[in-house]
Design a protein around this ligand. Structure first.
Ligand SMILES: Nc1ncnc2c1ncn2[C@@H]1O[C@H](COP(=O)(O)OP(=O)(O)OP(=O)(O)O)[C@@H](O)[C@H]1O
Ligand SMILES: [Mg+2]
Length: 240
């Protein structure tokens, strides 16, 4: 018996009114993602990658079609359920790390944990999360005292605070040099394998495609092509 997919997007549309015009960000996007997959989402600027992540993460709503996550149609959720969905099911990693500058690495992770309402042993779990991204020795550094790649790894640790089923990463290496980008991609791949998080990784950079279980290419708001990698390449072997 085939297990139900984690995500099923069917004919998803997203339009934005702009004065007299209508911008079509998504036009009938169909995409199914299995639990535990690492999917790389590629496509030219404006093709709908961020819109897709925002809709899956409950930050934005589609204007048409169906978005089913773990059997529930999230587009129908009211605000309260959507907020609960964002907090419990989804972790976000953005291009510009978005850490809180006045909190240390450890405190940034702790803060995210405290929002999930899991009060006990916050510090211990925060340390565990930093260790997962190999930053236990940077716990007391403020963001300004961390390299770009280290900041992004703190952001990944923070995104994992609520043990999300779904980790959504929008150009997480867009601001990093090649070596640092490798470390961040390695951390994402390890977490996908070890914690079982399903990952959708948006990138402009087609050279990361070989690390994916599947590569989805968007064009003009819909899926242009899907390729499967039966043997994903180790991050260390990606050619940049
Ligand atoms: N809030 C908005 N209002 C109007 N149009 C929008 C809005 N957000 C996105 N769009 C338009 O929708 C389209 C898809 O945008 P989206 O941000 O999803 O692209 P993207 O693939 O992430 O691009 P990039 O690679 O540049 O980040 C673009 O044409 C964009 O201009
Ligand atoms: Mg984008």
């Amino acid at each position: 018996m085939e297990t139900a997919p984690l995500i099923a997007m069917q004919s998803v549309g997203k339009t934005y009114p702009m004065g007299d015009l209508t911008v079509h960000a998504l036009r009938g996007l169909d995409l199914t993602i299995a639990r535990g997959e690492l999917v790389v989402l590629l496509g030219p600027s404006g093709s709908g990658k961020t819109t897709t992540l925002n809709i899956l993460g409950g930050l934005d709503r589609p204007t048409g079609g169906r978005v089913v996550v773990e059997g529930e149609e999230i587009a129908r959720f009211d605000e309260r359920r959507l907020t609960a969905y964002r907090r419990t099911k989804v972790g976000f990693v953005f291009q510009f790390f978005n850490l809180i500058p006045t909190l240390t690495a450890l405190e940034n992770v702790e803060f995210a944990l405290s929002l999930t309402g899991r009060g006990s042993s916050l510090i211990r779990r925060s340390r565990e999360l930093l260790a997962l991204v190999s930053l236990e020795d940077r716990a007391d550094h403020f963001p300004s005292q961390l390299s770009g790649g280290e900041q992004q790894r703190v952001a990944i640790a923070r995104a994992l605070a609520n043990r999300p089923a779904l980790l959504l990463c929008d150009e997480p290496t867009g601001n990093l040099d090649v070596e640092t980008a490798r470390q961040v991609l390695q951390a994402i791949r390890d977490l996908n394998r070890r914690e079982g998080a399903t990952v959708i990784l948006v990138s402009h950079n087609a050279s990361i495609a070989p690390m994916a279980d599947r590569v989805v290419r968007l064009h003009d708001g819909s899926v242009a092509k899907i390729e499967s990698n039966p043997h994903p390449a180790p991050v260390g072997e990606l050619a940049w």
